[in-house]
Ligand binder design. Sequence first.
Ligand SMILES: Nc1ncnc2c1ncn2[C@@H]1O[C@H](COP(=O)(O)OP(=O)(O)OP(=O)(O)O)[C@@H](O)[C@H]1O
Ligand SMILES: [Mg+2]
Length: 294
Amino acid sequence: MSDAPNALPQAGEPGTVAVTVDRPRREPTWVAPDQTGPMPRLRVKGLSHTYVDRVGRGVDAVRDISFDVIDKPGSGEVIVFLGPSGCGKSTILKAVAGLIAPTKGEVFLDGTPIEEPARDRGMVFQAYTSFGWLTVRENVEYGLKLHGVGGAERTKLSQKYLEEVGLADFAERYPKDLSGGMKQRVAIARTLINKPRVVLMDEPFGALDPQTRWGMQSLLLDVSRHEDNTTLFVTHDVSEAVYLADSVYVLSARPASILHRVDVPFFRSRDAGLKSTREFREVEEQLLDLLYSG
Ligand SMILES: Nc1ncnc2c1ncn2[C@@H]1O[C@H](COP(=O)(O)OP(=O)(O)OP(=O)(O)O)[C@@H](O)[C@H]1O
Ligand SMILES: [Mg+2]
């Protein structure tokens, strides 16, 4: 209550000092590519999305986003989206997943317009989405079973992925017995086991402790290299972006538009020491600067 004897002064009242972080605003540097040429692996062309609620009010979530992901032969590519909370990052992934139809624009995978979810795209959602009535192993095997993969092969593959995400000991338990981070690892294994051409990951490591997160990041890079897939990855974490990305798109506040693209230099080794190297820090600083001056 404002008349309480020990109420703290509020900003703007006598006795307070306004603290502002003075950062120069930067003009966007991203220029939409020429998209008249041959289709790349993934093409997002003039994507806009407006959510309309029951009473007809619209929220513009994404505005005129265009980018291409050109397949690097023999190796996967990781594209990271970095942007403020609520700007429209999940909306971009959902449009690529085929879960929402663009209000304007189109998304193409290998030249075919995306109209609905399909097996060639796998999404790890921001919220935990395991099936509560299936065990951890059954959750991980779900997609394989749906597509008729036999029991022995399913068990072999699920064992491999469960080990990779550190959940082999929990294979026969149910999601309710797991922590949030463990549930998220079930979702990661359940997506990767299907080997989708496009992996969509919406802040998948947010609930993990730093060490587990590090392990999951390495797993993702390994999978990406071996599967020759395309990963679109959303994060708030600048260091995670630099570690994982081939390219980072820095997004504006809502409605999301692309402000900048930063191509991350190739780091020869991505071991534990990398994050403290000068080269790594420089990219981190560049991204922080772009993120907070947009
Ligand atoms: N189903 C929906 N109906 C109406 N508005 C929505 C819906 N989903 C998202 N929005 C709105 O669209 C905007 C963008 O949402 P989105 O979830 O894409 O943001 P985000 O960048 O992923 O946010 P966060 O970083 O918090 O996950 C938000 O303002 C949100 O309120
Ligand atoms: Mg989101």
